[in-house]
Design a protein around this ligand. Structure first.
Ligand code: HEC
Length: 116
């Protein structure tokens, strides 16, 4: 009886862990859509609407975080950065991190090439 109880509670704990970790992973994906990033970078983050807009899927967490912070602060102001700056005003540091985590987990072009 007690053994059954223990295995049941560990199953519940396992399920909670599974649900919370997948909820975190979904967070960045949700934000990517909710913040309107798809409009310019594409649903899959590698089909930008303009050739001059970057593909951002599969890029490292550190790099995208840095670039988003720089565009937000104005430290990065390329010819095209201004297009994105207004959007970044409404994206918090935590949201930048969540989106970057999501983007870094996506297959970028290089990763696909590596598979072959
Ligand atoms: C209105 C169009 C537009 C929207 C919306 C937009 N971006 Fe961008 N984004 C751009 C452009 C254009 C650049 C390139 C800026 C430059 O040339 O400096 C860029 C650059 C970036 C970069 C840097 C890429 C690199 O290789 O350096 C990242 C990361 C990024 N965007 C993520 C996002 C995220 C996340 C969102 C949603 C919160 C978003 N963008 C919304 C247009 C947009």
């Amino acid at each position: 009886m007690s053994i059954q109880l223990i295995s049941q509670s560990s199953l519940v704990a396992g399920l909670i862990l599974l649900i919370s970790s997948s909820a975190f992973a979904a967070d960045g994906a949700e934000l990517y859509k909710a913040k309107g990033c798809t409009a310019c970078h594409g649903e899959d983050a590698k089909t930008p609407i303009m050739p001059a807009y970057p593909k951002i899927a599969g890029q490292s967490l550190e790099y995208t975080t840095q670039q988003m912070n720089d565009i937000k602060s104005g430290a990065r102001s390329n010819g095209q950065s201004i297009v994105m700056k207004g959007i970044m005003a409404g994206v918090s540091d935590e949201e930048i991190k969540a989106i970057s985590t999501y983007l870094s987990g996506l297959g970028g072009e290089k990763k696909e090439a590596e598979k072959k």
